[in-house]
Design a protein around this ligand. Structure first.
Ligand code: AVJ
Ligand code: FE
Length: 449
């Protein structure tokens, strides 16, 4: 068991407030919008308006919601009382749960795009006079602009989940970034030891980090072992071949109840064809490559696999320590590889590969203790429920994260191939229900030392 205590203010570990100029803010917003439109450019009216899956919104809803959120935070809330509840009805996620969004009267793409452009013009106008240095907390170091930027990045990943699930013809990506050739030969299932002791996790950064990443805190960890790589398809196939989906003792009660009800025998998007298993990523169906991280598994599958392997899932604190803490120097890294901003050789992020890469493809994507691939390729399930750190304060609205705190949600870390680089870092926390498999989710295992 770890003991946690809050830590006094320390220098930021993520975000570079000194880079906050009006020009960089405007360029960031424009770049995000270009990507969003690039992703949806080839979609038909039916593709855009259809509810492809009960778990996902129609794609036009995401677009309208991106714009409504931007208008709320970068125009209205910058000149008056901060009001999340007043978000325009149609695009309020709490008023309209995803499964019913297909029944909403949603405008056509051209209309949504006109609204988006009109809002953006007012946002840029307001930016001209925004005090990004000494202004109110919302504006200080450009926080609210980065929040809106990250919101669009996150919805881009949501849209990609929808496109992977889409009805009708599979989605054809607009481009396909090539991946590096795998260079490191990594033994699947190999583990490295984290020595334990006092670590500092989380952040006090107020320029980029979300409220749930703060405050920075100190905790004591017992020594533990953690997998060098995410669990691969090859390892997961062994679990399947050894009756993993049939052995009651590998599953929790909740996991078994889910499995019985769902009746699944493989990760989502896998298909069995005569000789063996294939999986589909967007419009490409390919035989399962044992060297890729397993993707599209839910928390219960990850938990059952870990039991099969004689291991367990890491806690969130263990995951973050393994990704960012350097025991030799007692320092914390913003990314497993260090301080450098993401570039394509560092990790499989930024969507355009439209698939995972074999483990060992990124020899620089290594944490201080020697874990590979903690950022990129697949989100990694952790053992932990979503909760606030000691001293957590909702900012700037409780519906971003506090509304989801509690035992129903499990935390995922590290981002996937479909995550934009500005939306992930060592301290970033994602969450979903333990039964969800539409996310680009895998895991790695840990064990007590
Ligand atoms: C952090 C990915 C769980 O999609 O529900 C988007 C991100 N919050 N709009 C979600 C989010 C508000 C959130 N996740
Ligand atoms: Fe949103």
């Amino acid at each position: 068991m770890s003991t946690i205590r809050a830590e006094p203010a320390t220098p930021p570990t993520a975000g570079r407030p000194e880079d906050t100029s009006r020009a960089t803010v405007a360029a960031g917003l424009a770049e995000a919008r270009d990507r969003t439109f690039q992703l949806v450019a080839s979609l038909s009216r039916d593709d855009l308006h259809r509810q492809h899956d009960p778990l996902m919104s129609p794609v036009v809803w995401d677009l309208g919601h991106i714009a409504a959120f931007e208008e709320l935070w970068l125009t209205r809330n910058l000149s008056g009382v901060i009001e999340f509840a007043e978000m325009p009805g149609l695009y309020n996620p709490f008023e309209h749960p995803r499964r019913v969004r297909g029944a909403l009267e949603l405008p056509d793409l051209l209309e949504v795009q006109a609204t988006m452009a009109e809002i953006r013009a007012r946002v840029l106008d307001r930016l001209e006079t925004a005090d990004l240095i000494g202004g109110p907390t919302l504006l200080r170091d450009g926080y609210v602009y980065r929040m809106v930027l990250q919101h669009e990045y996150q919805h881009d990943e949501t849209i990609i989940q929808t496109l992977q699930l889409k009805q009708g013809a599979p989605y054809t990506p607009p481009v396909r970034r090539s991946l590096p050739l795998p260079r490191a030969t990594l033994d699947p299932g190999a583990m490295v030891r984290f020595p334990g002791g006092e670590v500092r996790l989380g952040t006090d950064d107020r320029a980029t980090a979300y409220d749930n990443e703060r405050p920075r805190y100190t905790t004591q960890l017992a020594p533990f072992w953690i997998d060098v790589t995410p669990v691969t398809n090859g390892q997961y196939l062994e679990f399947m071949e050894n009756g993993g989906y049939r052995r009651r003792e590998l599953w929790t009660d909740a996991g078994w109840a889910w499995l019985t009800e769902a009746g699944v025998v493989s990760p989502k998007h896998w298909v069995e064809d005569g000789g063996g298993w294939s999986s589909r990523s967007m419009d490409v169906v390919a035989p399962i490559d044992p060297s890729h991280p397993v993707c599209h598994v839910c928390w219960h599958e990850a938990d059952a696999f870990a039991r099969f392997a004689g291991k367990r899932l890491p806690t969130e604190a263990e995951w973050e320590a393994a990704a960012s803490w350097d025991p030799a120097t007692a320092t914390q890294r913003p990314y497993p590889w260090g301080d450098a901003a993401w570039s394509p050789e560092l990790a499989n992020l930024d969507q355009l590969a439209f698939r995972t890469a074999p483990v060992g493809s990124y020899p620089r994507n290594v944490s201080p203790i020697g874990c590979h691939g903690m950022i990129g390729d697949v989100w990694e399930w952790t053992a932990s429920d979503l909760a606030g750190y000691p001293g957590f304060a909702p900012f700037p609205y409780r519906e971003y994260s506090e509304a989801f705190f509690g035992p129903e949600y499990k935390v995922l870390r590290g981002g996937s191939w479909a995550t934009r680089p500005g939306a992930v870092r060592s301290t970033f926390r994602n969450w979903d229900y333990p039964i969800r498999r539409q996310i680009f989710s895998g895991f790695r295992c840990a064990r007590d030392a």
